[in-house]
Design a binder for this molecule. Structure first.
Ligand code: HEM
Length: 135
């Protein structure tokens, strides 16, 4: 085993097994949230689960299968068809928080992962509620 500074985050988190478990738990939670679930066009969440897993594995230094199969991620563009307002973002984050908690990562790694997921979710918002001009 090489010294830890040579490991990719993908390997440090636990490789394929870790990401498969994280993303699976996330979609279990999505399946329980009617508002979020209704945003996913497919009856079967399996393919969406695989796309998110492949993306996260690639992002953290694992296999590049995501881009080999789907090209450049362009995540904001790929989310443009969906109304992602702060409420949808917070529901997504709540599902992901539960999934992360179920992994029992060491604290520093959990923070590293969560900071990324939190920032990425903030950046995915594409719709803001309109405020009345004269409340
Ligand atoms: C903020 C709230 C978010 C909502 C409501 C949301 C919702 C969705 C929906 C409805 C899809 C289509 C499902 C499918 O793949 O068929 C999707 C796809 C995807 N999402 Fe999100 N998403 C959010 C945030 C994120 C974040 C933060 C990431 C990355 C860290 C992400 C990564 C992906 C990926 C990789 C795909 C598949 C893209 C593709 O290759 O077509 N999403 N998302």
């Amino acid at each position: 085993m090489p010294p830890s500074q040579e490991l990719t985050p993908y390997e440090r988190f636990g490789g394929h097994e870790f990401f498969a478990s994280l993303v699976h738990e996330f979609y279990v939670e999505v399946g329980k949230d009617a508002h979020l679930r209704a945003m996913y066009p497919d009856q079967d969440l399996g393919p969406a689960e695989e796309r998110l897993r492949l993306f996260l594995e690639q992002y953290w230094g694992g296999p590049t299968t995501y881009s080999d199969e789907r090209g450049h991620p362009r995540l904001r563009m790929r989310h443009a068809p969906y109304v992602i307002d702060p409420q949808a973002r917070d529901r997504w984050l709540a599902c992901m928080r539960t999934a992360v908690d179920r992994q029992a990562l060491p604290d520093a790694q959990e923070r590293e992962l969560w900071n990324y997921l939190y920032q990425a979710a903030m950046a995915m918002v594409n719709t803001m509620p309109s405020e009345p001009l004269n409340p």
